[in-house]
Structures are given as C-alpha cells and as structure tokens.
Write a protein that binds this ligand. Structure first.
Ligand code: ADP
Ligand code: ADP
Length: 223
C-alpha cells in the first residue's frame, strides 16, 4: 500500500531522514519507534507531503506521490493534540470531512453516530470539545480521522499528552479500532509499550535511519 524508496529529507546541515526505504502492506499497522530527534516526525511529514524530499520517492497503491498535495493523497493525520475545531460540536467535528465531500446531513448524522460508537463516545455528538477530557478529545480526533475512510492513517504521538493509565487504555482501544476498521496505519511514538500494543510491525529509527524492522514480537524484547 505504501512504499518509500531511499527517502532523504535534509534541513540545511541536518539530515533528518537518511535514505529510508520501507514498505507497508494494506491493513497493517506499523509503529516507528525511536528517541526524540531521530527523524520520526519528519518521516511522517514526508509521507504526508508536508516536507520536500531531498531525494527518493514515496508511493501509495503503486502511484508515485511526487507533486500530489497532502489533501489529495487520501491520507488522514492525527497529532498529539487533536486540534479539534473548538467552535463546532463533536458531531460537526467528526462530520467535517464528509461535509466537504458533499455527504448530506442525514447520512452524515448516521455515520457520526457509528463513529462515536466505534470510539466509545455514544451520545457525545452535541458536546463541545472544550467540555471533554484529553482522552475524550483524542477519541473524537480519531473518529474524525477515520470518517472519510483514509487509505492510510498517519498518527504522530497521538497518546503522548495523556497520563500513563489513560494512555494504556487508549492504546488498547486504538488497536481494536484499527483492526475492526481494517485501517492501514503508521504510528510514530517513543513509547515501546504503546508500539507493542498498537502495531503489527515495528521499525526502529536512529539518527535518521531505520535500523531494524519486523513483526513487533520479533523486534521488541521484554526487559
Ligand atoms: P523526532 O520526531 O524523532 O523527534 P524530528 O523529525 O522532529 O525527530 O527531527 C529530526 C531532526 O531534524 C532533528 O535534528 C530536528 O532538529 C531536525 N528538524 C526537524 N524539522 C526541522 C526543520 N523544519 N528545520 C530544521 N531542522 C529540522
Ligand atoms: P517543494 O520543493 O516541494 O515546494 P519545499 O522545499 O517548499 O517543498 O518544502 C516543503 C516544506 O518542507 C516547507 O514548508 C518547510 O516546512 C519544510 N522544509 C524544507 N526544507 C527546509 C529547510 N531547509 N528548513 C526548514 N524547513 C524546510
């Protein structure tokens, strides 16, 4: 589904991503794990079309994405802070992408209801984002990301702002939701346990390079 060939992203003197090649099969969840500053976010941004590639190629479904802008890639992005629209209700936040696609109000309401059930927030459609806890806001952000059925979901430290117990609970739920929806996803994280819970495969990044990549159970070793 996703293919990276010798992708390098350079900023003046820093080589943030250094000749990374990677492929991700449809329906697979890959965690990119590594210390702060190793290039994880830059790699994700390069896949999303938010960074200029110094060299290399990103393709999806066999299509070279050079020159394809972010909003035309069919990907969804989710960050540490959900960046919900504060002036819109939870339901309107989730239905936003569908509205842009011209989906009518009735169909939108049905889909929003399904998505709220999926993320465990039945009955939250009329709430305002500012009245929700951090964990609930990230659940809404996830529902919003999944609304348009993206062919790839890009998650950049989506649980890192939450406290530990909430993070564990949400990681388990995130795993179940990705499996249930069959979503292909790439999760950037610095947390081993989170990567292990959520992902099928793990790629370990160090100084801009992928130094190890395989099934989570083989890459990850319990201490
Ligand atoms: P991580 O997500 O693993 O913490 P980043 O991808 O954010 O790492 O950063 C990788 C390296 O690239 C770091 O050295 C960082 O300082 C540098 N970098 C990231 N973005 C920029 C930018 N816009 N301009 C210059 N340097 C950058
Ligand atoms: P393109 O050549 O495809 O138009 P750009 O070179 O304009 O792409 O870069 C796209 C994005 O990548 C910019 O918005 C910027 O944030 C980031 N970027 C690229 N090169 C650098 C750099 N040297 N320092 C900081 N950010 C950079």
């Amino acid at each position: 589904m996703l293919e990276l060939e010798d992708v390098t992203v350079r900023f003046d003197r820093t080589v943030a991503v250094d000749e990374v090649s990677l492929s991700l099969a449809e329906g697979t969840v890959l965690a990119v794990l590594g210390p702060s500053g190793c290039g994880k976010s830059t790699l994700l941004r390069a896949i999303a079309g938010l960074e200029h590639l110094s060299t290399g190629r990103v393709s999806a479904g066999g299509q070279d994405l050079a020159g394809v802008p972010t909003h035309r890639r069919g990907f969804a992005l989710m960050f540490q802070d959900g960046q919900l629209f504060p002036q819109l209700s939870v339901g309107d936040n989730i239905g936003y992408a569908l509205k842009l696609q011209g989906v009518g109000a009735t169909d939108r309401a049905v889909r929003v209801k399904e998505l709220l059930a999926l993320v465990g927030l039945d009955g939250y459609a009329e709430r305002r984002p500012t009245t929700l806890s951090g964990g609930e806001q990230q659940r809404v952000a996830l529902a919003r990301s999944l609304a348009a059925e993206p062919r790839l979901l890009l998650l950049d430290e989506p649980l890192s702002a939450l406290d530990r117990s909430l993070r564990e609970r949400l990681a388990t739920d995130l795993r179940a939701i990705l499996v249930e929806t069959g979503t292909t996803a790439l999760l950037v994280t610095h947390d081993h346990d989170e990567a292990f819970t959520v992902a099928d495969e793990m790629a370990v990044m160090f100084a801009g390079r992928i130094v190890q990549h395989g099934p989570t159970r083989e890459v990850w070793r319990a201490p």
